[in-house]
Design a protein around this ligand. Structure first.
Ligand code: GUN
Ligand code: ZN
Length: 438
């Protein structure tokens, strides 16, 4: 039997959604513990009583460090790692100038392997333990990503990006048939292997023909337990373009709905400029909307209506959208969500931001029974945050009267220096060797 591990520090989890239940949904303990057994959380509670009850456990005491669920990033493009922070374009020009030329390189398995490993190591250093990533049209890019995640023991979602329309460049197109065949083969190879899940991935309706959307809708119907990820209503110009390419569609969402690509388990990235019918249908089917705030300001897309959509009961995740997003960090992403909330006169509370980056994003991936919270039975994917990681943050945190004032400076100003340690399935993968106390 493997030895139990006991992590001690401040602990933070959630008994519910703080957008619905208020800040009281948060469970904070200034001196709490997390007992890990065989890769899962076995118990949480006051540090002293866990130590007494489990005298054999190996103890790591993080002092005032904040132990919480690892961050979950439900919309990223790992192949865009190398072109993050590329200057001066809006969506369509940004795709054509920077993204598509880079994505063409992923037919080379060696390059795909190099970037997949680099991407996962960067995000682990930022405390992110699960991501849902687009790959490229190349099956090799999917194999490289799942192999890299498997080697790190991570729970990830990924899929082959499908594009068969002449709006995508030469060298970066598949066909309706090959998209179906390749996606099916990859799904059968990887979905449900250890902690890996496949997501059917039409990039967005402007780069697919109706035939391809139809084929992928059919594949989803054959594998209803898979997720499906795509983009929706990110920029106003894009919506006009969709309407010109699909003149019979009632709206952008209808280009997915008409081909079997709208239901629960669908992840719709951005979802900024939604019409009333679209909101109603997304809510009705309980689809997931993925808010990507650093991307929305960086590419100049618009202001997601977090307060309105949450109040209407939508399922919402929070994501970086690397590399349209300008950061790998979920701390920076929470800060950007807060700033967009401010521009809409709806300040988002730190408890709500932290919930979005963990349990909320887990809900959006329909994995909240396994990841995204501190609770017995959950997989032990954890981040430990130093709330005084730099002098500027520390001097503000020193004045804090409660946990929310103590953590908010790290949300707004923190980066990977605030990540003391990252744990994946009960093993520490980042940070200095654990401090073992007797
Ligand atoms: N819409 C279609 N593809 C992309 C992409 O790669 N990034 C972003 N931000 N939007 C998209
Ligand atoms: Zn995206």
């Amino acid at each position: 039997m493997t030895q139990d591990t006991l992590l001690i520090g401040q602990t933070l989890g959630f008994a519910g959604n703080p957008f619905e239940a208020g800040v009281e949904a948060a469970r904070h303990d200034g001196r709490g513990g997390v007992l890990i057994r065989a890769g899962r959380i076995a118990e949480t509670g006051p540090a002293d009583s866990l130590r007494q009850a489990h005298p054999q456990a190996q103890v790591t005491d993080y002092g005032k460090g904040l132990i919480m669920a690892g961050f979950i990033d439900p919309h990223v493009h790992y192949p865009q790692t190398g072109i993050i922070a590329s200057w001066g374009k809006r969506l369509i020009d940004w795709l054509n100038s920077y993204t598509f030329p880079e994505e063409m390189r992923f037919g080379d398995p060696a390059y795909a392997t190099e970037i997949a490993g680099r991407y996962l190591d960067l995000t682990l250093a930022h405390g992110t333990t699960t991501v849902a990533s687009y790959c490229t049209i190349h099956p090799e890019s999917v194999d490289a990503f799942f192999t890299a995640a498997q080697a790190r023991g991570q729970r990830v979602v990924a899929g082959k990006t499908c594009m068969d329309r002449d709006t995508a460049p030469d060298g970066l197109r598949d066909s309706a048939r090959s998209a179906y065949d390749d996606s099916k083969a990859l799904l059968e190879k990887w979905h449900g292997v250890e902690r890996l899940s496949y997501a059917i991935t039409p990039r967005f309706s402007p780069t697919s023909t109706p035939e391809q959307l139809q084929a992928l809708g059919a594949l989803w119907a054959e594998h209803p337990d898979c997720l499906m990820q795509t983009h929706l209503s990110e920029q106003v110009d894009e919506i006009e373009w969709v309407k010109s390419l699909y003149p019979q569609a009632r709206d952008y969402l209808d280009t997915y709905e008409a081909y079997g690509l709208l239901r629960e388990g669908g992840l719709y990235g951005h979802a900024i400029h939604l019409e009333e019918r679209e909101k109603d249908r997304l809510k009705e089917v309980d689809a997931s909307l993925i808010h990507c705030p650093t991307s929305n300001t960086f590419i100049g897309s618009g202001l997601f209506d977090m307060a309105g959509l949450m109040a209407a009961g939508h399922r919402i995740g929070l994501a970086t959208d690397t590399g349209g997003g300008s950061s790998f960090s979920m701390l920076r992403t929470m800060a950007a969500a807060y700033e967009i909330g401010q521009l809409r006169h709806n300040p988002i509370h730190p408890a709500q931001l932290l919930w979005l980056a963990t349990a909320g994003s887990a809900c959006s991936l329909r994995m909240d029974d396994r990841i995204g919270n501190l609770a017995p039975g959950m997989e032990a994917d954890l981040v430990v945050l130093d709330l005084e990681s730099t002098p500027d943050i520390a001097q503000r945190a020193a004045r804090a009267d409660d946990i929310w004032e103590a953590v908010f400076p790290t949300i707004m100003m923190g980066d990977d220096r605030a990540v003391t340690a990252t744990w994946v399935a009960g093993d520490q993968t980042q940070g200095p060797p654990s401090v073992i106390t007797q």
